[in-house]
Design a protein around this ligand. Structure first.
Ligand code: BDR
Ligand code: CA
Length: 329
């Protein structure tokens, strides 16, 4: 294949993240995937404060030589959010399992994340894949800046939500998943916007489990990337062990990257998706068949998203491991 043809097959990605232990796993997955060019890392609050998630992005960029600018994004939600503060009991106070992190030398770009999304998409119409694994706040802000954005985005892949497939419900309330519950209004705006969107929810991310043996194997075989993943995951697996009794974790954010790299591993269906923005079901994601005849206009003329309902977990774990091993090629 010629160099020019190879460039044309590269997936150009904006990674929108609240780094975060599983976000860090996802970022390394993108970084070592041979056919991905990370065009930007945009940060948001979520697993930790915006200052901490931005610092974590810069730290990973420098430690792993990730050749992409970092844009600092939203520090607070659009609308009402479920809960207060940051989930340090899941990701540690620094967002990366409280391992020692040297202060990065670099700084984020001066452009705001939402503007960076608009500019990159407008400059590369239909070419940009946005992989969003935190709150939808930056994308909702980008939509406010440029309402025509949905016509120009190549695809949006979101880790978020829970629809009840495979018996999986919410992780921060009986019905709400953390990324959506952290800014329900932003998610409702994005899912109703007509942007070509695939939602990779708990329905599938809870189906793929990284256990201790699997992560030990990455540490043994994937060089510094494997060592880093092993270190940050101690805290995450211990959190899970306290709640389920098993020293393992679900594969949340890396599953969104897996969809980008190989959508054939997932079963999907088209659906209109809305998000509950108030009351006891705050943050619940609800799907409907397109164009239903309901006694409410809330579902009328809502553009559809694609939602993931099943996954080949073994293939996903193989792809993740094979890709991480590129770190030592
Ligand atoms: C999602 O919430 C965050 O804690 C994780 O990084 C992931 O994006 C899972 O519900
Ligand atoms: Ca995340």
């Amino acid at each position: 294949m010629s160099a020019r043809a190879k460039v044309n097959t590269m997936k150009q990605v904006i990674f929108d993240t609240d780094i975060g232990i599983d976000d860090a796993m996802a970022l390394l997955f993108l970084h070592y995937a041979p056919d991905v060019e990370i065009r930007a890392i945009v940060t948001g609050f979520g697993n930790a404060s915006i200052a901490d998630t931005t610092r974590n992005a810069l730290y990973m960029k420098e430690r792993f030589g990730i050749d992409a600018p970092v844009f600092r994004g939203a520090g607070a939600p659009f609308g009402a959010a479920l809960g207060e503060g940051y989930p340090d009991f899941v990701h540690g106070r620094n967002g990366l399992g409280d391992i020692d992190i040297a202060d990065p030398a670099g700084k984020p770009d001066s452009l705001d994340a939402a503007q960076a999304i608009v500019d990159l998409v407008r400059d590369n119409p239909k070419q940009i894949s946005i992989v969003a694994v935190g709150r939808m706040t930056n994308i909702a802000e980008a939509l406010a800046l440029d309402p025509q954005l949905p016509d120009h985005v190549g695809e949006l892949i979101v880790m978020g939500g829970a629809f009840g497939f495979n018996g999986h419900r919410g992780n921060v309330s009986p019905v709400a998943e953390a990324n959506i519950a952290g800014d329900p209004l932003a998610a409702d705006i994005v899912f109703s916007s007509g942007m070509p969107t695939t939602i990779v929810g708990l329905d599938v991310t809870n189906e793929t489990i990284m256990n201790s043996t699997y992560i030990d194997g990455l540490r043994r075989d994937a060089g510094d990337a494997g060592e880093f993943l092993h270190q940050i995951s101690r805290y995450y697996l211990a959190f899970n062990e306290r709640s389920t009794g098993r020293f393992e974790c679900s594969t949340h954010d890396p599953s969104a990257v897996a969809y980008l790299l190989n959508p054939g591993m997932f079963e999907t269906q088209q659906a209109a998706v809305r998000v509950v923005t108030e009351g006891i079901a705050l943050g619940q994601t609800i799907w409907s068949a397109p164009d239903p005849n309901y006694f409410t206009s809330a579902w009328k003329d809502i553009p559809t998203c694609q939602i993931c309902t099943g996954v080949d977990s073994e293939a996903l774990l193989r792809l993740y491991r094979d890709t991480l091993l590129m770190a030592v090629q």
